[in-house]
Design a protein around this ligand. Structure first.
Ligand SMILES: Nc1ncnc2c1ncn2[C@@H]1O[C@H](COP(=O)(O)OP(=O)(O)OP(=O)(O)O)[C@@H](O)[C@H]1O
Ligand SMILES: [Mg+2]
Length: 216
């Protein structure tokens, strides 16, 4: 059985990653593929415990910026070994709602840690689980935050620690993602996330079809 494919969704808050990942999975499953969905941080028992620490300070204190990086990488390393590689090896497709580019964008470009160092840590965490395709859902950060605020209105849960960062932080993250897409043009495809859900889904499907299902 051929190894499956690894597709990641990346981008600033509220760009529609979770929405579009769900829609893409539906379309891939219609083609008879086994698809595994993962989100970061989380996806394993260890990862979900780390998610609580990172998002809601469940350890009883906020992690310092250095710990934050390492906790994300620890969650990721566990997810790769326990879930992603076994799935890929049995031929399943894996769709990730955020993956290692989030660390480069948020902790590298956003918090200001050296980007090369983030990339080295990412490599250590994931080994050869490098995405075949990364879809960057680009969105203006105020529009993204407005969408998140709307989503929040229906829920009791507070904004998490990273969502609560200032708009300038999120702007650095957005610019960081755009830079990553320029640096890795083979792997990245940028999709305009500022339109309606269906228009974005059509573009996402076009990209996926071009990359994986093109004739010839
Ligand atoms: N194209 C769209 N137009 C308007 N609203 C949208 C669109 N796509 C998603 N939404 C809504 O905006 C909110 C954020 O979308 P979603 O959760 O998919 O984004 P996300 O990128 O996963 O966000 P986060 O970074 O917080 O995980 C949700 O309430 C969703 O229903
Ligand atoms: Mg999401």
């Amino acid at each position: 059985m051929a190894r499956g494919r690894l597709i990641t969704f990346e981008g600033p808050e509220g760009g529609g990653k979770s929405t579009q990942a769900g829609m893409l999975i539906g379309r891939l499953e219609e083609r008879g593929l086994e698809v595994v969905y993962t989100r970061e941080p989380g996806g394993t028992k260890l990862g979900e415990a780390i998610r609580g620490i990172l998002q809601y300070n469940t350890a009883g204190e906020a992690p310092c910026a250095e710990s934050e990086v390492l906790l994300f990488e620890a969650s990721r390393a566990q997810l790769v070994r326990q879930v992603m590689l076994p799935a890929l090896e049995r031929g399943a497709w894996v769709v990730c709602d955020r993956f290692f580019d989030s660390t480069t964008a948020y902790q590298g470009f956003g918090r200001g840690f050296p980007v090369e160092m983030m990339e080295t840590l990412n490599q250590f965490a994931v080994g050869d689980a490098v995405p075949d395709l990364t879809i960057l859902l680009d969105i203006n950060v105020s529009l993204g935050m407005q969408r998140c605020a709307k989503r929040q209105a229906g829920h009791k849960q507070q904004y998490d620690r990273i969502e609560s960062e200032a708009l300038e932080f999120h702007e650095k993250v957005r610019q960081g993602y755009l830079e990553l897409a320029r640096r890795h043009p083979q792997r990245f495809r940028k999709v305009d996330g500022m339109r309606d859900v269906e228009a974005i889904a059509a573009d996402v499907w076009k990209v996926v079809s071009d990359v994986f299902f093109a004739e010839g």
